[in-house]
Design a protein around this ligand. Sequence first.
Ligand SMILES: [Zn+2]
Length: 164
Amino acid sequence: MSEPAYVLDSTAFYAGIPYQGSGRYYTTYLVLEEVKHHNVGASLIHSRVQVTEPTPGSLSRVKTTAIRTGDIGALSQTDLSLLALGLDLMHGDGGVNLVSDDFAVRNVAEVLSIPLAPTAMKGGEWKSITWKIYCRGCGKTYTNPKLTVCPVCGTQLVRKASSS
Ligand SMILES: [Zn+2]
């Protein structure tokens, strides 16, 4: 049996995921650009994380899907590259799990059937994610994940993952 493989977003690096436990870790050059200024040991990255560019075919499939789901505006180039890499690796040896606590990333991953790590890493353990949806305008919080705009004041809602 092969070790589990993970595609990591930048928050996964900040949480220290590549430095604990065993597994095969992948990320993209855009993620590396984001995290390399943040006290992430370059030598550790090179010894434990394989940095790979997604294929153009997967990138365009991710973009098309994100436009259809309405998530495209919430996704950075980095997010798109991660999703495309997940798409590239999901059929490989042992498959892959995408690690991200970004709502739009997870939404598009689900539509593309990219396996998601169901949880976020905290203190060296996997914890389940719950979503907090709140309004920056009036401060009201919601639980319905399908809401995008505050029914009270019309402000765009913000989603935040919190691991309990
Ligand atoms: Zn509001």
